[in-house]
Ligand binder design. Structure first.
Ligand code: FPP
Ligand code: MG
Length: 331
């Protein structure tokens, strides 16, 4: 079955979508698609069938999101923790990924028509090589599309992602691209797998579990979290509307918290720049010279920005080389 559904909403769904769209809408929604195995048990079908139906629900949900004007979706498709499941279940999920990413490549015309950019976030090296290659191809082929974005977290956990970002920054310092004093929260943010996306406005977890299970821990500190008891394969358009409504009810406090965080982050950066300038002026005769202090401050910011930009370019090209390299590995 296809990733891209072109069916329109029904009349009643369209009506409800229009009412919701009169309020503030989330631009980016993240899903923890939980409850596939409980659904399989409930319906007396094989576990793998639960996961297959979970994929069908993902494709349907993407269509609802598009119809609601939500142009970025991030889904937790396979956690690194899932490798601890039985070999049979892990192989089943890998086979599903193999089929679905191959199918995605067959649908390149539809992806182009709808401008869908696919990103796969996670440690690809943990996956079988053939799946890595399929993913690399899908990501590279769609990297310039920009109407909507689907981020598939695969072989992902948040702690792994954050540790990886720290390692990347350490690499930048080792290579002489960064100064240790350049390390900051915004810099780490730009080294995460999610660096190309705004933080999710809304995170939805199905199946009644009230926890994040190591998903987007960094990115959701100012998101609206909605936990719904429905099992993922049974998720409906109405469940999605209910979650969006929850977001709308919390919108103003979320915005306020985000602005406060931004201000605090700017204040911390200023404090650190001023400390650097004080360090430079230690013992200097003209330490009280306000003009000199201002000039040094500007210089400090400009040089940090230059180092940061060249480090981020190097990082992006390292990540790109990894994907291009996969496309040239013989099968
Ligand atoms: C959680 O339910 C779901 C998963 C671990 C897999 C999610 C995968 C999909 C929906 C398919 C997506 C596939 C691709 C290729 C993008 P669970 O297994 O934890 O079920 P339970 O909570 O009832 O035990
Ligand atoms: Mg589960």
């Amino acid at each position: 079955m296809s990733w891209i559904r072109e069916k329109e909403l029904s009349l009643i769904e369209r009506l409800c979508a229009n009412v919701l769209k009169a309020g503030p809408m989330p631009k980016h929604v993240a899903f923890i698609m939980d409850g596939n195995r409980r659904y399989a048990q409930k319906c007396h079908v094989e576990r793998q069938e639960g996961h297959s139906q979970g994929f069908e629900k993902l494709a349907e949900t993407l269509r609802w999101c598009l119809n609601l004007g939500i142009c970025e979706v991030t889904v937790y498709a396979f956690s690194i923790e899932n490798f601890k499941r039985s070999a049979e279940e892990v192989e089943g999920l890998m086979e599903l990924a193999r089929q679905k990413f191959s199918r995605l490549l067959e649908e390149r015309d539809k992806l182009e028509k709808h401008g869908v950019c696919i990103r796969v976030l996670g440690d690809l090296t943990l996956l079988p090589l053939d799946i890595q290659k399929l993913i690399a191809q899908a990501v590279l082929e769609t990297r310039n599309y920009s109407t909507c974005f689907l981020n598939v977290c695969f072989a992902y956990t948040s702690r792994h992602e954050i540790s990886n970002a720290v390692r990347e920054v350490a690499w930048g310092v080792e290579e002489g691209l960064l100064e240790p004093s350049d390390v900051s929260e915004p810099l780490l943010d730009r080294c995460l797998y999610t660096c190309k996306s705004p933080d999710p406005d809304l995170l939805i977890r199905t199946s009644g579990e009230i926890r994040l299970s190591d998903f987007l821990l960094w990115q959701t500190s100012h998101s609206c979290l909605v936990f719904q008891s429905v099992l993922w394969p049974e998720y409906s358009f109405w469940n999605l509307c209910e979650a969006v409504l929850q977001y709308q009810l919390n919108h103003s406090s979320i915005q306020k918290a985000r602005e406060q965080h931004l201000q605090e982050s700017r204040r911390l950066q200023q404090e650190s720049d001023q400390a650097w300038v004080r360090g430079q002026l230690q013992g200097a005769a003209r330490r009280e010279d306000a003009q000199l202090r201002r000039r040094l401050l500007q210089q400090c910011c400009a040089r940090r920005e230059e180092r940061t930009q060249s480090f981020l370019r190097a990082l992006e090209s390292k990540r790109g080389d990894f994907l291009w390299g996969l496309c040239t590995v013989p099968s």
